[in-house]
Design a protein around this ligand. Structure first.
Ligand SMILES: Cc1cc2nc3c(=O)[nH]c(=O)nc-3n(C[C@H](O)[C@H](O)[C@H](O)COP(=O)(O)O)c2cc1C
Length: 346
């Protein structure tokens, strides 16, 4: 176990004491099936894709569809973005009845369509508005706890994560996640973990570190460098939900055993089934492709397998391809005729 800074936990998130490995919110990626897979492999908490507060406020059906947490059994967070305090607070009040463990405020999104309307990371350049939104959302969401996800600042000339973090703590946020890049950096260069270490020192509430954790070694390095309470991973988990098991192994000082090719096939088959159950056959098969694009890396024949999967238009076809690939690659699975497709759905 690594040394972590002792923190002050809001009693509403007593459960957060043992939360170390979090799945980031990722638009177009962290739907319910993917959150489920990540939890299967050890994620302590998963976030929904970020959601427009105005879309929720105006009852946009597509926006509400992103809130897919009904009956979800593991820890789950919902994240909202926007720049209108009234819409943000109204969305928080509407969401209160939904299944969630925390409501997160997005103050980090660098996307043009979000910052143009002064949402996401644009709020790092307008602290009075950021404070007003936080104040109203914390009040409207109660008793649901509110967290926030920020970047280091708008650009290199206006790094203000320390001021923003202290403000969020004072306004009642229960934890702050810091992605160690400014808005101007978008996803380029290296995340600056010194900023995360500094924020950990400054705040009493938990700080969750985020940026460039892709395996057990980088996880360990981030925690050792910063003493942060938890680590949030995004890109590294796409096509690799086993990253959570790897982080857990690092915590326990155990060697991580990477998944076999057959396990990858089985998990991908499960993913396809979950997506199809949630979204229907056609969309489910399409959505899972972005995960397949990042899975099977380093295995001989991975590119060929992906091409074959992309050529299939039905879930049954995709799962049959996976079954065949698993059989031919892993003699331990037994003779082809003894491997039922159901074996891949576990
Ligand atoms: C495809 C994609 C979608 C993302 N969507 C969101 C989002 O909805 N909300 C958010 O706070 N961050 C979002 N992010 C940023 C990530 O949560 C994370 O902060 C960033 O990728 C750095 O972490 P990483 O190095 O582990 O990828 C997104 C990132 C990616 C790659």
């Amino acid at each position: 176990m690594f040394e972590r800074k002792p923190v002050r936990l809001d009693p509403r998130i007593a459960w957060f004491a043992t939360v170390r490995h979090l799945l980031s919110p990722m638009a177009g990626v962290t739907d319910r099936p993917f959150r489920t897979l990540c939890r299967d492999h050890g994620a302590d908490l998963g976030f929904c894709e970020f959601t427009s507060a105005s879309g929720l406020y105006y009852e946009n059906e597509q926006t509400w569809r992103l809130i897919d947490t009904e009956g979800e059994t593991g820890r789950v967070g919902i994240q909202i973005f926007g720049s209108d305090p009234h819409h943000m607070a109204a969305a928080a009040a509407l969401l209160r009845a939904r299944r969630m463990d925390v409501l997160d405020l997005n103050f980090g999104c660098p996307a043009k369509k979000v910052v143009r309307k002064c949402g996401g990371s644009a709020l790092l350049a307008d602290l009075p508005l950021l404070a007003e939104i936080t104040r109203q959302v914390v009040a409207a969401a109660a008793p649901v706890p509110v967290s926030a996800k920020i970047r280091t600042g708008w650009d290199e000339g206006s790094i203000n994560y320390g001021e923003v973090g202290a403000m969020l703590q004072d306004l009642g946020c229960v934890w702050v996640t810091l992605h160690g890049r400014s808005r101007a950096q978008k996803y380029g260069g290296r995340a600056d973990w010194d900023t995360i270490a500094d924020l950990v020192d400054r705040l009493d509430i938990p700080v969750v570190g985020n940026g460039d954790v892709v395996d057990g070694a980088s996880y360990r390095a981030l925690v050792e460098h910063t003493r942060c309470h938890g680590v949030m991973v995004a890109r590294g988990a796409i096509g690799n939900p086993w990253l959570f098991a790897e982080m857990k192994a690092a915590d326990a000082g155990r060697r991580h055993v990477p998944p076999s090719f057959a396990e990858m096939c089985a998990t991908t088959a499960r993913h396809i089934r979950l997506e199809v159950a949630q979204r229907g056959e056609a969309t489910g098969c399409l959505v899972v492709r972005k995960h397949i694009a990042r899975c099977f890396r380093g295995y001989p024949g991975a590119a060929h397998l992906r091409r074959r999967l992309y050529a299939e238009t039905t879930s049954a076809g995709m799962i049959a391809v996976l079954a065949e690939a698993a059989r031919s690659a892993d003699p331990g699975l037994g003779a082809p005729e003894t491997l039922a497709l159901e074996d891949l759905a576990s």
